[in-house]
Design a protein around this ligand. Structure first.
Ligand SMILES: *Cc1c(COP(=O)(O)O)cnc(C)c1O
Length: 367
């Protein structure tokens, strides 16, 4: 029998979450963002559930080729654009749309020797300061691309830095969106604005002909703890499950694991779980990180080691070797431990946990 740790990918949750994005943006094309191997889920494991999306968005041409290999003939958008002039050959061959966010990429397009018909998302840097043209340089870039025979379609694009919260006491979108809209008025055309946080929080205020839904599709709330997945009606799409492989009875003053960082103050029953940081569970997760055993909520105890962690079995009277442990996601009876709660206790976000599951973990697909 393989080691009992498994990442279960729930097809019904992926479909449900995509439907939530669609319902929020009924007038938009809704793209499923599947970068980072579909946020750790595996592109091939989410494809069936997401193939009713209007497009896929990702970063790697190799991942784009995998989607084409699955039979996808619709749109694929490269969110970081091309990394070399040679990439344009792949974009032409595989019909990939891409962002243009710097001057060099425009030169590569100008110099591309093959007749092609590209769809380009021109990215504005209106405050995020990672990629894109500042508003002063944006119009020139727009005009250059408009003049290229190889650019068939041109879409205005921006990315919010604070759609999940406030910025300096004000709405998190206002400081970026105003300048974007001004340019949109002067140079009308389709636009791509919204990520998950903007889809869920600002759908009534924002026009985004192409919505780029990422984290919400995977059942994590982009603005946790302000809103939980229950608030947004999202379902966990990944469940990291394992089992109890040993039970220890502690006496007062006994400790657990490396560094003896947890010391019992009373007699306690402790379960040892086949899950450690080599599976992608955060080593930094402190005593008290939530976990489900037999669908009942309890907590981790002591340090996470490479292959194991310890859980408090006091609330779970019937726990035994082989009992189901849910590190995040859904139990087999449907109890939910949102990944956002585990992440917050560990000082991070759901995005990082779902991307961090390692290669030695088996995956399974569930309807
Ligand atoms: C990752 C990404 C998204 C999706 O963001 P979520 O917060 O996961 O919805 C959207 N747009 C761009 C440009 C991205 O890089």
């Amino acid at each position: 029998m393989p080691r009992p740790i498994t990442a279960v990918i729930h097809q019904s949750a992926l479909k449900h979450n995509l439907a939530i994005a669609r319902a929020a943006m009924p007038d938009s094309q809704v793209f499923a963002v599947v970068k980072a191997n579909a946020y750790g889920h595996g592109i091939e494991r989410v494809y069936q559930a997401f193939k009713s999306a209007d497009g896929f968005a990702l970063l790697d041409i190799e991942e784009a080729k995998r989607i084409r290999a699955l039979g996808w003939t619709g749109e694929i958008l490269l969110l970081e654009g091309i990394f070399s002039p040679q990439d344009l050959y792949d974009c032409a061959q595989y019909q990939l749309s891409f962002t243009v966010h710097n001057e060099l990429q425009i030169q590569w397009l100008q110099q591309f020797p093959v007749a092609a018909q590209f769809k380009v998302f021109l990215k504005m840097n209106n405050g995020m300061n990672r990629l894109g043209f500042t508003p002063e340089h944006y119009v020139h870039a727009w005009q250059q691309l408009k003049g290229l025979a190889s650019v068939k379609d041109l879409v205005h694009m921006m990315h919010f830095s604070d759609a999940d919260g406030e910025r300096q006491g004000q709405s998190g979108i206002e400081y970026q969106h105003q300048v974007f809209q001004q340019i949109l008025q002067q140079y009308p055309g389709p636009c791509s604005v919204s990520n998950s946080a903007a889809i869920l929080r600002y759908s009534s205020q924002l026009r985004s002909d192409y919505a780029r839904s990422g984290i919400m599709l995977y059942g994590s709330s982009p603005d946790f703890p302000r809103h939980t997945i229950q608030d947004w009606n999202l379902q966990p799409s990944m469940s990291l499950r394992s089992e109890i492989i040993s039970i220890q009875q502690l006496n007062p003053n006994d400790s657990i694991g490396y560094g003896s960082s947890f010391v019992a103050d009373r007699p306690m029953r402790v379960g040892i779980v086949a899950c450690g940081y080599a599976d992608g569970y955060q080593r930094i997760s402190p005593t008290g990180t939530p976990v489900l055993v037999n669908s009942i909520r309890t907590r981790t105890l002591g340090r996470v080691s490479m292959d194991m962690l310890a859980v408090d079995l006091d609330p779970i009277l019937d726990a035994q070797i082989g009992s189901e442990v849910v590190l995040w996601g859904q139990s087999s009876t449907g109890a939910v431990l949102p990944i956002d709660e585990v992440a917050a206790t560990s000082g991070t976000v759901g995005y990082e946990l779902m991307c961090a599951v390692t290669a030695r973990v088996n995956f399974s697909i569930q309807e």
